[in-house]
Design a protein around this ligand. Structure first.
Ligand SMILES: [Zn+2]
Ligand SMILES: [Zn+2]
Length: 176
């Protein structure tokens, strides 16, 4: 019986099944699908492993692969995130973090965007460019006052005007 089932797959049923892959396929037992699926999963795992060996890693949000050794491709901040995904990723990620975790990652985002993508650090609200010139902006803690808004002497922090936050602003590409 086992040999018979094997014959079926190898003959006309096998080619027929390519045109009617799912479901209602009484001639192809569930077990065969499971075996195929397991093979595909295994193949994917092998390929992911190979990409990793080549120094490629996926963005945790969009799943696209990037060369990891070039620091500009992926922000490494607990999770790996590509440039395009950073604003949305951070909007979703930041509320789940405590203040210390958030400030640590904000510092990384700021360094990464300023170093590799010409983002600007804006400390005063009146210096913010108009909205139509901005690709995106991310609010981060002021490093001078550690987000407190207070200067060491007790008055308000001069870097952030006492807000405790500053902006990392990315201008639209044609304005960079
Ligand atoms: Zn991405
Ligand atoms: Zn400050």
């Amino acid at each position: 019986m086992i040999a018979g089932a094997g014959d079926c797959r190898a003959s006309s049923y096998g080619s027929h099944s390519r045109f009617n892959p799912v479901p209602n396929m009484p001639e192809e037992p569930i077990k065969d699908y499971e075996a195929k699926l397991a093979r595909i999963v295994q193949e994917l795992d092998n390929q992911k492993q190979a990409l990793r060996l080549l120094g490629l890693r996926p963005c945790s949000r969009c799943g696209k692969y990037f060369q990891m050794h070039e620091g500009k491709n992926l922000l490494d901040a607990d999770q790996l995130v590509c440039y395009r995904c950073v604003p949305d990723w951070w909007r979703q990620r930041s509320p789940a973090l405590n203040t210390k975790q958030r400030q640590t990652i904000e510092a990384k985002i700021r360094r990464w965007l300023v170093t590799y993508y010409k983002a600007k650090l804006i400390q005063q609200a009146e210096k913010l460019p108009p909205d139509d010139e901005i690709e995106f902006k991310i609010v981060v803690s002021c490093e001078q006052c550690n987000g407190t808004g207070e200067s060491a002497g007790g008055g308000k922090c001069h870097s952030c005007d006492g807000r405790g936050t500053v902006w990392v602003v990315q201008l639209r590409p044609e304005l960079q």
